[in-house]
Design a protein around this ligand. Structure first.
Ligand code: ADP
Ligand code: MG
Length: 487
């Protein structure tokens, strides 16, 4: 004997089948033309009808399925959910939810399920189920999330600034690196026009670069000065990329990667400087030979004329000017000679004492005392003796010239480590103001009426040819030149 509930169920089952028979042609066609997998279930979930997509998806045939209940296909993880939503649908509400199902071969499929109650004469007699396979979609979603995460980590951690601007040129995104490069927080820049932080002298170029990018859809590279929050400027290189809608081919926004190139600019400057020096060196060799020979001839003839004339008043001037030309030529010649360096092992203390001896007279005349503090004893270096002496003479001469009122020069010889030697030449002179300090070592840069502006440059070159380094510091109490040489 069937229970009353069984009886009701059976009655409803019959109603459902009748309903389907009646409406089968119209309604079922509507469902089967659908892109989704569709089935009809009785109120307790028994399969009554399935379309071919449902068969394909579950890999069960209709005959297999009508012996089953929908719930039996559910993955254990989704079982609760399926029961729950199914129950609510049976009470008359359309339901939609995601769940996992297992097909005949055991594969787990992600589904989006809609359950629609079938109502006839105000009575719910069964449900339609439309199932969408969202396995791929879910995979894509996970991939997108991963990509987003990757993108986030990338943009938040690169040292360059990643900047996105809309077609009007307003910032819509900027990576957090703008804080340490420009001093702004990202949100301070959002909504601002890009021209806001570009130097006015570079703005025209930046705008025309951007117009070019927007017209040709090509990426454009340009260097501009960017203004920091504190008002100062830094050189940055920006590479702008157009972002194009793949469907409409319209430009959507411009993404720029912006890099600090202060260091690169500096190196470029240094390279340019060393290029200049090389050329000066090459020129020097030529000039010296070309000028020296005629000069010797002229000198000879002048002496001849001087001997034969009574009017000697101009000869002093001519001779002193001649000597000056010779002085410059001699300094230039050192510059031209680096190939002829003769390395020998020499006692550095002796070299310094010899240099001092050469300067001593000049020092005494200027009321200057020169002291040598030797902490290295008799250490030797591999060097060209004349050139190293030239270096110390240059520095000592500069020191003397910096102390017109007299003062003190201290030469310290120290051991930096097992391989290196440090020599300090300190004076108590007028010091070198910052703008001049920056230009020290440039050829022909001098502040003296009779200077050549070659001393420091040549000294530096000689030291570098000896694999050493030269540094200097200066303030109003005097100047220190530091020479480091390998032992
Ligand atoms: P010059 O001595 O012919 O001027 P240098 O290359 O030797 O050329 O020096 C360049 C300039 O550097 C000098 O004109 C001077 O202004 C500055 N200078 C060099 N050494 C000193 C020093 N010890 N104290 C102050 N100024 C210095
Ligand atoms: Mg000098």
């Amino acid at each position: 004997m069937n229970s009353p509930i069984e009886v009701i169920k059976n009655e409803k089952g019959i109603l459902l089948r009748n309903h389907l028979d009646k409406g089968k042609k119209k309604k079922w066609r509507f469902f089967t033309q659908n892109q989704d997998a569709i089935c009809v279930l009785t109120l307790d979930g028994q399969f009554v009808l399935v379309n071919s997509l449902f068969e394909n998806m579950t890999e069960y045939s209709v005959d297999d399925l009508i012996k089953k209940k929908f719930q039996s296909l559910s993955h254990i993880e989704s079982l609760d959910k399926v029961f729950n939503y199914f129950h609510r649908a049976v009470l008359g509400q359309v339901q939609n939810f995601d769940c996992k199902m297992i097909n005949k071969s055991g594969k787990v499929i992600d589904l989006n399920i809609s359950i629609i109650p079938i109502i006839e004469d105000d009575e719910i007699i069964g449900v339609y189920i439309a199932a969408k396979d969202i396995t791929e979609f879910k995979k894509k979603k996970i991939e997108i999330r991963k990509l987003e995460e990757f993108h986030r980590v990338l943009t938040e951690n690169v040292l360059d600034i990643i900047l996105s601007t809309n077609l009007l040129g307003k910032v819509i995104y900027v990576s957090p690196s703008c804080k340490h490069l420009l001093g702004y927080n990202s949100d301070e820049l959002i909504g601002k026009h890009f021209s806001h932080f570009i130097h006015k002298d570079d703005l025209e170029r930046a705008i025309s670069d951007r117009e070019m990018l927007m017209a040709k859809f090509e990426h454009i590279r340009g260097s501009y000065r960017f203004q920091k929050k504190d008002g100062t400027f830094i050189w940055m290189e920006s590479i702008g990329h157009p972002i194009i809608d793949p469907d409409t081919q319209n430009l959507l926004e411009v993404i720029s990667i912006i890099r600090d190139i202060t260091e690169r600019k500096k190196t470029q400057g240094l390279l340019l400087n060393s290029e200049k020096l090389t050329i000066a060196g090459q020129l020097a060799a030529g000039i010296c030979h070309e000028v020296r020979n005629p000069l010797t001839a002229i000198k000879g003839f002048i002496q001849l004329i001087e001997a034969r004339t009574d009017n000697k008043q101009f000869f002093d001037i001519i001779n002193s000017e001649m000597n000056r030309i010779e002085l410059i030529l001699n300094e230039l010649l050192i510059l031209a000679k680096p190939n002829e360096i003769k390395f020998v092992i020499a006692n550095i203390k002796t070299l310094i004492e010899e240099s001092k001896t050469l300067i001593d007279t000049l020092a005494i005349m200027n009321n200057i005392q020169i002291e040598i503090i030797n902490e290295i004893g008799d250490l030797s270096v591999n060097c060209d003796k004349d050139q190293i002496k030239q270096v110390f003479i240059n520095f000592l001469k500069n020191a003397v010239e910096a102390m017109p009122e007299g003062g003190k020069i201290t030469i310290e010889l120290l051991k930096l480590n097992e391989e290196k030697l440090k020599i300090l030449i300190k004076d108590t002179g007028t010091g070198i103001p910052q703008p001049i300090l920056n230009r020290l070592g440039q050829p022909f840069f001098t502040t003296k009426e009779t200077g050549t502006g070659l001393g420091i440059m040549i000294s530096k070159q000689i030291i570098e040819n000896h694999s050493g380094t030269l540094q200097f510091w200066s303030d109003k109490n005097g100047t220190v030149f530091e020479v480091i040489l390998p032992l």
